[in-house]
Design a protein around this ligand. Structure first.
Ligand code: A4P
Ligand code: MG
Length: 187
């Protein structure tokens, strides 16, 4: 089993619903356990145009080798209508592997830790929310990079239910995700 962190983003279509459904589809894989899910954040596009993004981060435990996890990410992106007309184009869904255990991978089609993760508030803020003491292999504490991205606009979206402590609420939602079924199903 490997603990991995994925960054999810969307700024086309019903982004909130797509992100919720994508987490459900991850949770329904028998090879994946969703351990934690950050809040949803509205974020200014960075190095990209288009509307504001919605972003979140999930922490997984997985039996998949990293390339199979990448293939699963691509399959889920495709299922939710991802198209790639040009670099950093607006997208219905983006799933990036941020960290995969302690692995350091530098290949043409897979770089882990994700090369731009420490430059982006839309990754760092949700990541530190679910793992405040996280160490990024070869780079150090994730929270040490927050000050440098403080000028990037990011706003936590209100959760539909404020009645449970955040961690308890996340665990319940993760459990619910196993029972849930997105309208369009899962790949
Ligand atoms: N690839 C290499 N390493 C990885 C990895 N660790 N995880 C390859 C996932 N994929 C990885 O990805 C392009 C290629 O990167 C894939 O073929 C894969 O094999 P893609 O999903 O087509 O495009 P992408 O994710 O847009 O590319 P990239 O270069 O990762 O973009 P960035 O740098 O992540 O930027 N602003 C806000 N507010 N929120 C966002 O979510 N996202 C981007 C994308 C720009 N600005 C944004 C956001
Ligand atoms: Mg991507």
């Amino acid at each position: 089993m490997t603990v991995a962190y994925l960054g999810l983003g969307a700024n086309l279509g019903d982004a909130r619903q797509t992100l919720k459904d994508a987490v459900v589809c991850l949770a329904q894989q028998h090879t994946v356990t969703v351990l934690a899910k950050s809040s949803l954040y509205r974020t200014a596009p960075i190095d990209a145009g288009g509307d504001d993004y919605l972003n979140l981060v999930v922490k997984l435990d997985t039996t998949l080798p990293v390339r199979h996890l990448l293939a699963l990410c691509h399959k889920i992106e495709h299922h939710f209508g991802r198209e790639r007309p040009f670099r950093n184009a607006p997208r219905t869904l983006d799933l990036d592997i941020l960290l995969f255990g302690e692995h350091a991978i530098d290949e043409p089609d897979l770089i882990v830790p994700h090369p731009r993760m420490t430059e982006r508030a839309f990754v760092l803020v949700p990541l530190v929310e679910i793992e405040p003491e996280l160490i990024i292999p070869q780079r150090g504490r994730a929270d040490a990079f927050l000050a440098a991205v403080a000028d990037q606009r990011i706003e936590k979206m209100k959760s539909p239910c404020q009645c449970i402590a955040p961690n308890a609420a996340d665990a319940i939602r993760t459990e619910d995700a196993r029972q849930d079924t997105p309208k369009g199903g899962c790949p």
